[in-house]
Design a protein around this ligand. Structure first.
Ligand SMILES: [Mn+2]
Length: 263
């Protein structure tokens, strides 16, 4: 079996009882490990992840999670970690701590005869977004993209990494908390087939004859399993702090969604 999960937002200041949250995530991984060949984590597993030049004591809080991942690695399970928009600042540290393979870009894999596109999902949208969406939405997207390019700037990354970890973390965790609270207060449900960026992105890929059997994304914190063309589906994974949803690919190439709370 191959498993896909995303968006645990570990360490979030908006999640009460962080250790209970982390323990549940470990229980889920343990459950998966019974028959897993690979586990793909599609981004935002941490609410804020930054690797400083100075040792960051706060990372010790995630040691149980790291320990679990190392254990799975020793069992021979391949662990893949995609960066999200909350945890893109990894520069080799996470790989060393967990033994996971880190992916900084979306990628397509072939498993059990299926072509599968994998990405966190932030920044992916149809190429005609500037004319497709109404002006206020276009402005919002542009703001997000500007911020995204700031986050990805090597110069600013080096600057941030030079900060004392306690300063950087104060800023990072509080910024992330604000966005988590905003989402709880004002959730953004599925926008529908003709508006949801990731669905439109996948549809465009199909139209351009870049066929994939499955497109799997995180980022949106919604659960979606939608057929977009013949033999092509978009799956959005939900999350691992409120919904506890994940996807599973069996040896026959069937992809199914599951809920850890109902098990
Ligand atoms: Mn995200």
């Amino acid at each position: 079996m191959i498993y896909f999960l995303s968006d645990a937002h570990l360490g979030s200041l908006a999640i009460e009882r962080g250790w209970v949250h982390q323990k549940k995530l470990i229980d889920l991984l343990e459950e998966m490990s019974k028959d897993a060949v690979s586990i793909y984590m599609l981004g935002d597993m941490f609410d804020f992840w930054m690797e400083y030049f100075i040792r960051d004591k706060k990372k010790r809080q995630f040691e149980p999670f790291f320990k679990e991942l190392r254990k799975l690695r020793r069992k021979g399970i391949h662990i893949h970690f995609f960066t999200g928009n909350h945890d893109l600042w990894t520069f080799g540290g996470l790989e060393k701590l967990t033994g996971a393979e880190i992916h900084y870009e979306p990628c397509t894999i072939i498993r059990y005869g299926k072509a599968i596109y994998l990405a966190h999902g932030d920044g992916l949208m149809p190429s005609d977004w500037e004319t497709r969406y109404p002006q206020p939405v276009v402005r919002k997207i542009k703001r997000f993209m500007r911020l995204r390019s700031v986050f990805h700037s090597p110069f600013l990354q080096t600057l941030f990494r030079s900060l004392p970890p306690s300063w950087g973390n104060w800023f990072g965790y509080n910024w992330a908390k604000k966005s988590r609270l905003k989402e709880i207060e004002n959730p953004c449900p599925y926008k529908g087939e003709n508006k949801e960026e990731l669905v439109l992105f996948a549809k465009e890929q199909e139209k351009q004859h870049n066929h994939r059997d499955y497109y799997i994304f995180g980022h949106r914190h919604i659960e979606l399993d939608l057929q977009i063309a013949s033999g092509s589906r978009v799956v959005i994974l939900g999350d691992c702090f409120q919904q506890w949803t994940y996807a599973k690919l069996d040896k026959k190439g069937n992809l199914t969604m599951h809920n850890f709370d109902n098990q």
